[in-house]
Design a binder for this molecule. Sequence first.
Ligand SMILES: [Zn+2]
Length: 351
Amino acid sequence: MKHEQKARRWLPRLNPSTMVNDSPHVVILGAGASEATMRHGNPSAQPIPVMNELVNHLELPEELPAEWRKLLGANFESAYADLAADAGFHLAAASIRQQLRGYFERLRLPERVTLYDELVVSLRPKDLIATFNWDPLLLQAIHRNCLSSPPPQVVFLHGNVGIGACLQDRQLGTRGVLCPGCRKPLEPVELLYPVRHKDYDSAPVIKNEWSKFRETLSRAYMVTVFGYSAPVTDAVARDAMLGTWRTNGTRELAQIEIIDIRPARQVQKTWRDLVVRNHSVVWRRLSSSHILRFPRRSCDAFAMASLQCAPWYDNPLPRFRQLDQLHRWLEPLLEEEARGQFSGQPHRRRG
Ligand SMILES: [Zn+2]
């Protein structure tokens, strides 16, 4: 009896008659995800420069010695951490922060369907996207799809230029929108810059985002890491993720997917502490992931295959150019969700 109770505690919440699994799918995004989003379907698109390149285009204050510019261009994370720690360069660090914020604020998603659109429509409100990115592209994707399909939750682990907060009324939302409490516009939130000893608890908004991330990760049944290389400078983030993951009761059964363009062996080395036995797979593209092969059903399909031994046929999200085509394709899935009964049937071919 005791043994049975223990065994049950490890099972993800699958209802075999409705085939609905309420366990969350957690997606962790890094800079590589925004980069892939801007390039997707448009190889000639201007790529988002990585931080090391971007810093070479900033107007750095004249008093900053030339060697600093070189250091920042070679390894922004570590050079910025040193610069910010030096009281003599206080103004230079502030100028870098202001210019980077301006750059990210100007970024816009193209009109066509992007990877971020595909990602947000393929997850449900029980799921969570945790992003390290400062750019507002994911938020833009959520805004333009949320009326057609209920989006996943999202947390910004390093802050974001698109969000605003009212600390007094404990409100977080789109920057500039009026706070429902005091009716003043939500103020920009601080971006978390690389520092030697990152203190995720020092900024209240970011602290909140992290606790929501940890709580959801501790219950996750699937985890997808997309374009995030877990930089060694961010040991705090890495330890927080791994520490939480170890408390996850379904970890032995859970599946981890890593979407990364680096060689698979290198990727596996980065994430070896995260993976239990062989429950992980590395893909080069998001389209190979469970998320886009079973849109809005990733955990349900995985549970049916692995717990019930009744795998579903793939129902891959077709590549559309226009958002309204994408939204029309999703309708049968949303109807099933309204009924609370899943069929596991792929969409019939149309046309
Ligand atoms: Zn307020």
